[in-house]
Design a protein around this ligand. Structure first.
Ligand code: BYC
Length: 336
């Protein structure tokens, strides 16, 4: 799509024509870019999803970040540092993508810390043992890969492009988690029990990451028609289960679902039903760690105010200096 909103109004195009052009771009599987005309609902949906995604990355630094000072070796500490730092980076790309839609980053942060915008339910669970770091990598980053690889083909250009790098890093995160667990499984009985316990606690919350079942997902149909989402919540959940079962067998752990079995006819695993009332509780603020996660984010934001002020003052000083240099050069040029 090439015409900007300004060009369009100059050409006297009406909204119906712009809407047709938008639909044609989506139908051709081409990208919508920031300066293209888009329906308000498309813009709002993207800001909602991208903001929630960004908030999830930033809040997601906390459960694992708690283990940085307690990692059992220098190697594990360095890996964990790098992973948590990557998540900060993902949050920043995503806030930038939301800004291309006209969202204001400071307002998005306020919406998060005032509880007006959501973040992924998964980060409201505790991480009592180091095995949780491994299982988060294996399950949570594994689920993130299933969910986010299709987002690389999302119809909105800046979101799709941000996802390419994010997915490459998520893939490293997943493998580091699995490798950590393989190491623990080769250790003592106590370590193996720790891994199984973490698997038991994280399995169902990980399945909930994909959102409510399709028949209870109010946003899916619209988002799929706009090619923001490429697959439904249930399709992606199934993909995650199919991918994870053989990995669990190789690792030597049991997934805590008695209904889990291979269905020859469907060519997929059958599995039990997550407790959807738990997902609703966690999303609405009543999970095991919601209060702690948001209050910590609020405190970090308040304590960081001086950094933002200093950076703004520095940028203003630099801009004034650049302007002054340009003025001096112009005067000297005129005099020469
Ligand atoms: N948690 O109609 P639905 C990561 C909300 S970061 C909380 O199906 P939609 C990582 C949903 O927002 C992981 N809320 O919605 C980071 C909606 O509420 P609103 C984050 C949830 O948008 C660090 C309502 O329920 N990934 O991987 O079509 C370390 C109805 O749902 C959840 C992303 O954000 C949930 N689990 O689909 C390691 C990916 N599920 O907004 C790893 C991008 C649903 O109407 N996001 N809700 O008030 C998406 O793909 C989609 O937004 C979702 C939901 C699949 C999450």
């Amino acid at each position: 799509m090439t015409s900007t909103g300004t060009e369009a109004s100059a050409a006297g195009w009406d909204e119906a024509r712009l809407s047709e052009q938008f639909d044609a771009t989506i139908a051709k599987d081409q990208r919508i870019e920031p300066r293209d005309w888009m329906p308000d609902g498309y813009r709002r949906t993207l800001i909602r999803q991208i903001a929630q995604h960004a908030h999830s990355e930033i809040i997601g630094m906390q459960p694992e970040g708690d283990w940085i000072t307690r990692a059992p070796s220098l190697r594990r500490k360095a890996i964990l540092f790098a992973k948590v730092q990557d998540e900060a980076g993902h949050g920043l790309y995503l806030y930038s993508a939301a800004e291309t839609l006209g969202a204001d980053r400071a307002e998005l942060t306020d919406a998060l810390i005032e509880g007006r915008q959501k973040y992924s339910s998964i980060f409201n669970y505790p991480t009592p043992t180091f095995a949780d770091v491994g299982v988060i990598g294996w399950f949570v980053d594994g689920a993130a890969i299933c969910n986010q690889v299709p987002l690389c083909r999302c119809s909105y250009g800046p979101y799709a492009r941000a996802m390419v790098r994010v997915c490459k890093e998520e893939s490293f995160h997943q493998r580091q988690g699995y490798e950590l667990l393989l190491t623990m499984m080769r250790g003592t009985d106590g370590q193996r029990a720790m891994v199984q316990d973490a698997v038991d606690r994280w399995w169902w919350p990980s399945l909930m990451m994909f959102g409510p079942p399709d028949d209870d997902s109010p946003n899916s149909a619209r988002s799929m028609a706009w090619k923001i989402k490429r697959h439904s919540n249930d399709e992606l959940r199934q993909r995650f289960v199919d991918m994870t079962v053989p990995q669990a067998e190789k690792l030597g752990v049991t997934l805590p679902d008695p209904e889990l079995s291979w269905n020859e006819e469907r060519g997929h695993h059958d599995f039990g039903t997550p407790d959807w009332s738990e997902l609703q509780r966690v999303i609405s603020g009543d999970g095991p760690r919601n209060v702690e996660r948001v209050s910590r984010r609020r405190a970090a934001h308040e304590e960081g105010a001086w950094v933002r002020e200093a950076a703004t003052a520095h940028a203003a000083k630099q801009a004034a200096r650049t302007q002054e240099t340009a003025r001096t050069q112009k005067t000297e040029g005129a005099a020469a």
